[in-house]
Write a protein that binds this ligand. Structure first.
Ligand SMILES: [Zn+2]
Length: 420
């Protein structure tokens, strides 16, 4: 008999917790066991090899104390422990793969197999078993996805309880989740002091049920990006954009005015939806998307020349730029000419776009929310909500350089002062 190993040298609360600790201890050593005896007061493990002297005794002592009372290590060959099925059980593998799956929910089962082999010398974990481990941990980490849809109504009620101006909408079909929308009261209030410039875009969610996340964001007085409203819909089309924009119009005062600029790719139903719901706004083409189209159909050289025209501040500069496009490729020129210049060119767009001729601000939100898009819808909404609220709190309470103007405006004033 040898000294009881450290991890087993204390009193356990129950026989079950003692059994679990002992089994995990043996498997963490890369070893195996069989149960040789079990009753209400004793639990004894032995080796699968009949000659090996390995044993661990768990005993219920006087006063219901539960301890390991005897330990003799293995004396057998390591080959005995190969393909020990308990070491491949999902219950056992969950514990030590939790952080790996939390870190990367897209982790491949082969990676889990490889971790088990390289880190824990646990060979023989099947692909299917590794897959089960990943799925069980995903469900544990992300919460039951279908259950999340059912809880959505509760989340909206909670938001409204917190502030009745939180504009949360859940659409159901036959009692089932169909689509949802949220415009926090805080962003509705903040919009008054933001640029009247809103970028719209949709992107896919990446959880088990693939849907589309629609996002609207703006630039605040400090020229920083602020998500205003977002929603999840089954697909990106005109009907869903109309639904989304109608709720935006309800949540944001004076959205549909001449001074407001909406910028988007004009694609997937957006053009008609904006015309229908917000007939008074200026709906700008995103020049990034135009550039992508030009490159796709007419080559990279045309793309570069296109930017020269798009960014030109004067009509003369614009015509010069377009002339270069025509010299490179007549069809590219014709394509760009078919789209009214006032919808995209810097020089003739009828309202301020604050230096942005693309909808990149919303795309940068979509990519910074990449992790959240992998979550089930309920978690996606709680996480994005928390993120936006934290951002607003931070911006409000961080030290400011002036009490009457934003830091962005102050930096421009200071620069001008230096030059004067
Ligand atoms: Zn042994």
């Amino acid at each position: 008999m040898s000294a009881i190993p450290d991890p087993l040298r204390y009193e356990f609360e129950s026989l079950d917790s003692a059994k679990a600790a002992v089994r995990a201890f043996v498997m963490d050593c890369g070893e195996s066991f069989i149960m040789s005896h079990a009753d209400r007061t004793h639990y004894i493990l032995a080796c699968r090899d009949t000659i090996c002297k390995f044993t661990i005794h768990i005993s219920v002592l006087k006063g219901s104390k539960i301890s390991v009372t005897r330990y003799t290590p293995h004396t057998c060959s390591p080959i005995i422990h190969q393909n020990f099925r308990s070491a491949h059980s999902v219950a056992y593998l969950l514990e030590r793969n939790r952080s790996a799956v939390a870190d990367n929910r897209e982790i491949q089962p082969a990676q889990i197999q490889s971790n088990e082999l390289l880190q824990f010398a646990n060979s023989g974990v099947s692909y299917q078993q590794a897959w089960r481990v990943r799925e069980a941990l995903r469900e544990e980490i992300e919460g039951d996805e279908i259950g999340g849809f059912r809880k959505f109504r509760g989340l909206i009620d909670l938001w409204r309880e917190g502030d009745e101006k939180n504009h949360g909408i859940l659409d159901t079909v036959d009692g089932q989740f169909y689509r949802c929308f949220i415009a926090p009261a805080a962003t509705s209030a903040a919009f008054i002091s933001c640029r009247p410039f809103i970028a719209l875009d949709g992107c896919h969610t990446k959880a088990r049920f693939r849907m589309t996340l629609l996002v609207a964001c703006t630039l605040d007085g400090n020229n920083e990006i602020l998500p205003l409203a977002w929603g999840v819909v089954p697909i990106e089309d005109s009907e869903n954009w109309i639904w989304f924009l109608k709720h935006m119009k309800h949540a944001f005062q004076e959205l549909d005015t001449k001074g407001t600029v909406i910028i988007s790719d004009h694609d997937k139903g957006l053009l008609s939806a904006v015309q229908e719901v917000l007939p008074h706004v200026n709906h700008s083409y995103c020049s990034q998307h135009l550039a992508d189209n030009v490159q796709k159909h007419y080559g990279f050289a045309c793309r570069n020349l296109f930017w020269g025209a798009a960014y030109a501040y004067t009509e003369h500069g614009f015509q010069e730029g377009m002339k270069k496009v025509r010299e490179e490729n007549q069809e590219a020129y014709d394509y760009l000419n078919e789209i009214s210049h006032t919808l995209w060119s810097q020089y003739s767009f009828p309202a301020p776009r604050y230096g942005h001729i693309t909808s990149n601000i919303v795309e940068s939100i979509n990519s910074s929310w990449d992790e959240y898009r992998k979550l089930p819808v309920l978690r996606l909404f709680t996480s994005t909500w928390a993120k936006v609220m934290a951002t607003m709190h931070l911006r409000r309470h961080r030290p400011h350089h002036s009490e009457c103007i934003t830091d962005y405006a102050k930096s421009i004033l200071d620069a001008n002062y230096q030059q004067a």
